[in-house]
Design a protein. Sequence first.
Length: 442
Amino acid sequence: MPQNESPQNDGFEDALGAILHRTCDGFAADDRRELVEGGLRRGRRRLVRRRLAVGGGVLALAAVAVGGVYGGSLVSHSGGTSSVAGPPRPTPSVDPVPGKQRPGEAKILVADIAAALKSNLPEGKWEIDGLDGFGQSLVGVYDDGKGRSGVSVGLFRAGTGEAGQDQVVCPDKVFVPYDDCTEETVPGGGRLMILQGYVYPDKREETKAWRAVLLTRDGFLVDVSEYNAAAEKGAPVSRGNPPFTPAQLKALVTADDWGLLTAQLPANVDASGDGGQGDGGQGGTGGIDRQDESRRHVEPVSGSVQSTLRSLLPEGLEVAGKGGDGEYAYLVVDDGEGRSLVQINVQQDMANVGDDLFGGGDVTTLPDGRRVKLTQQPGEKGGAGVVWWTADTMTPEGFRVVVSAFNAGTQHEAATRAEPALTMDQLKSIALSPKWQQLPMK
């Protein structure tokens, strides 16, 4: 996901990391683990899937790499902000009523999670905080004498879509570069994904992130990540690869030991601080209530955005790649001078953030009230020489169409041409097409 990392944001990330480190140091072990659990639930899919709300210079995607916390927010369709990995409210390390379980709280002994982890991996030295605490995740450091490695485990009840089956689908390489990814059905009917990728899409640091996710037949997720550094971010690379092979990761997440622990998960686990109102206990939606949630899921019928975008391309462009679903789609096009990524979002109910999106820059208002903002800026994913051109439009009612093009086939690779394959006028024409308001919705 799947990680909106940018050299332009390095200072912000460094400051954020320092603040989080100092903040976490002030928490009890249980509180630090709860912070991570909230981030894991909110963000584990963001590592894998790219639902971008691009344009206007607004950072509309934040990511969580499993095992670490990376804060941010998404602009929701209803105009609010949906927290992706903001830390849940810290809870006291001593229960207000001793021995009483808080609603939705997982009461799994961290020592039991650690025991299951250690018994299914090769011998080595472990550093794990809070072994006398409770929760549903573990973050530790493993050392086999060949270099320290950060390791995390999370146990969850699966939801639907992004909170369930989509967790075990390999990501699109246009957005998430990786060395290898496999999917398979394992004995017992579970689905397994093993991803060998990187913390940073542009590989500006060679920290590798290898991840195994098992979705069991009875609806639980066992999620394990490992790094070739003592931590996901902020630690130097300590070895060539993470310590455990894909085969060892598979053996780990499919071990019988996890069944005894996942059976202890409450039906509705929510450490996000929103009272479980957001997404059925899968991590919350930053306070968006159920009425707004029903509006938020109105989106174009599957495949309709991609096919419409393709129909609006100028002649002479070969489509070399495609992807996306729902409100988002992308095409990789080539006019013979190099590949160019073109992507689009079609969004309902964005009026509440209209002033934020169109409050400055090259903005014009058409006679029918639609606002148009044209932007040309450097790419934000680290690809050398990449430029990002955008036409962002919105009706007075809040129907937004934003189209972007890049001078490379992906955002994290070096530029393949001087400019995108589409001109600013062509991007504007595509975004203003009446076809978008005629899309079938679901």
